[in-house]
Ligand binder design. Sequence first.
Ligand code: SAM
Length: 210
Amino acid sequence: MSVLDRQNHWQNVYETKGERDVSWFQEIPQISLDLVHATGVRADASIVDVGGGASHLVDALVTEGFCSITVLDLSEKALAKSRNRLGLRGRKVTWIVADAMAWRPDRHYDLWHDRAAFHFLIDASERAAYAASVRHVVRPGGHVIIGTFAPDGPERCSGLPVARHDAGSIGELLGSSFALIETRREDHRTPAVASSDSNSAGSNGRRAKM
Ligand SMILES: C[S@@+](CC[C@H](N)C(=O)[O-])C[C@H]1O[C@@H](n2cnc3c(N)ncnc32)[C@H](O)[C@@H]1O
């Protein structure tokens, strides 16, 4: 899938669906927050939420006093939703429209967070490009949190095929300069069908230190 096709897909999703109508919606992204806290990063740490979409993670981090937050996504419409929701509270947040595989900022970040963007990279070359971005962006001593569908999770998300992962496959990709600190499992209930087990999505939260 070309980057343009990918971007069009996501722009269309965020244009046609309300933020609560998507299967990955979370009012409070608790596992992400727990993993951020577990890194021990300070309130002035530079944090980037990669493929952040319209996630409420940025809201929670702003509320907690984190003051150097970047949200990056392929979809400008997704970022606009969060920007509008936050209003003045989001005035210090940096919003970047970019492809995570090609992003090469001229500064380092303390923490890279990605919930449910990496698993859309189904070709090995795409995953290698993503890993190159992580290595470029995260400072030595920094942290990476990557949440994906688990090996027994769904095979598709948002109508697109996904690659499912565990700590081993992500660790292999990131390479030996990263050490695995922690891995967690989450059984995510999609909001529209919260009572149905068949729509729960096993996902892995993984935290690594560089
Ligand atoms: C399933 S949504 C998850 C959004 C958000 N992380 C959350 O938990 O609500 C996947 C997001 O990844 C973004 N995305 C997909 N591929 C990307 C890429 N190559 N670079 C940047 N963002 C990407 C999409 O635009 C979308 O917002």
